[in-house]
Design a protein around this ligand. Structure first.
Ligand code: ACO
Length: 323
């Protein structure tokens, strides 16, 4: 039995912090409105000239340090991102270059806010199929570059950042209990594409475009889709909600997180929430939240951890990990 175990995690946030009060000076909003509706207080913004691959490399180095590994030990890099430096090549190959890696392979994965969960699941398949042994899985975004800063319905919601996880294939002995990634479930439904999308791209407008969102529609779908995929993952693994030590959801919105937690019947102290200080960093949000909870000692070896995300497409997914 080959299983993908977590060797380390790490993250990086750009230095610049933009508070709600600062935002309220340039757009018609308020700290009170933003905190009440989505639970965000502040977000980090990448500096001019700081690209997604730079954020990704900083998070990757932190994860490698955490794991006690070097780039030589990695044979696959997957970068989940919606905001690559260039239309091509993949940000992952730039990360590979910046880490000084000349071996292995690297590619990007695009599932917007669900990107990290999709990438973890893809890494797990590659490990189990013998295509890779140690995978550097990164969620990295300079998402604020897609914002129209005059649109108060979207510009208050997002931030920049990166998080990384190193997965390693280990052969478990017959009598060894299951660990690592126990089960995952992925879903998408492209019928909902225009409820949350960016109105640009190489094949349509030739521009990068801006985020457009039917907020109440996204909200309406979020809680049900999240809980469905969490239950599907639990069912595959034979565990129940009561067995979970930690729930690490995509950090889009405190009300969606609370709604999903309540519907699942999870005590709030088991839910990791960082949306207040990171805002929605798309594919980076889950590994950023994970890194916080590992660094502060909440998530410990042996814990049962459920990752979950939902985003544009719609895409959604969950992954259950014995840490
Ligand atoms: N500041 C002040 N007022 C605002 C702001 C703002 N930043 N944004 C919108 N408003 C106003 C609207 O203009 C509207 O005013 P009006 O009634 O005069 O027209 C009023 O607030 C209510 O607007 P709604 O869109 O109906 O507000 P709602 O209560 O639905 O809240 C929100 C909007 C917070 C976006 C909500 O729909 C939501 O949380 N949706 C989920 C979206 C989300 O989380 N997206 C993240 C990306 S998706 C993902 O990652 C899962």
């Amino acid at each position: 039995r080959i299983r993908s175990i977590v060797r380390g995690v790490g993250s990086y946030l750009p230095q610049r912090v933009l508070t709600n009060d600062e935002l309220a000076k340039t757009v018609d909003t308020s700290d009170e409105w933003i905190q009440q509706r989505v639970g965000i207080k502040e977000r980090h913004i990448a500096a001019e000239g700081e690209f997604t691959s730079d954020l990704a490399v900083a998070a990757a180095r932190a994860a490698l340090d955490n794991a006690g590994l070097t780039p030589d030990d990695i044979d696959l890099i997957i970068v989940a991102t919606t905001t690559p430096d260039y239309t091509f090549p993949a940000a992952a190959t730039l990360v590979q270059m910046k880490l000084g890696m000349r071996h292995g392979f690297a590619f990007d994965l695009q599932a917007v806010c669900s990107g990290f969960v999709y990438a973890v699941t893809t890494a797990d398949s590659h490990i189990k199929n013998g295509l890779a042994r140690r995978v550097l899985v990164i969620g990295a975004e300079t998402f604020t570059r897609l914002l129209d800063w005059t649109d108060r319905t979207t510009c208050v919601l997002f931030g920049d950042g990166a998080g990384a996880m190193i997965l390693e294939g280990v052969e478990l002995a017959e009598d060894e209990p299951e660990r690592g990634i126990l089960a995952s479930a992925l879903r998408s439904d492209g019928q909902h594409w225009d409820k949350l999308y960016v109105d640009g791209g190489p094949s349509s407008t030739g521009t990068a475009g801006h985020v457009h969102m039917q907020g109440p529609e996204v909200f309406r779908h979020a809680v049900g889709k999240i809980t469905d995929v969490v239950y599907a993952t639990l069912e595959k693994s034979g565990y129940t909600v009561a067995d979970l030590d930690w729930f690490v959801p995509h950090q889009a919105n405190k009300r969606i997180i609370d709604g999903a937690g309540a519907k699942l019947g999870l005590p709030t102290e088991k839910v990791v929430t960082t949306v207040d200080i990171h805002a929605n960093t798309s594919a980076a949000s889950v590994p950023l939240a994970l890194s916080v909870a590992v660094a502060d000692g909440r998530i410990k070896p042996g814990d049962l951890v459920m990752l979950e995300a939902m985003g544009g497409g719609f895409t959604w997914g969950a992954s259950l990990i014995r840490w």
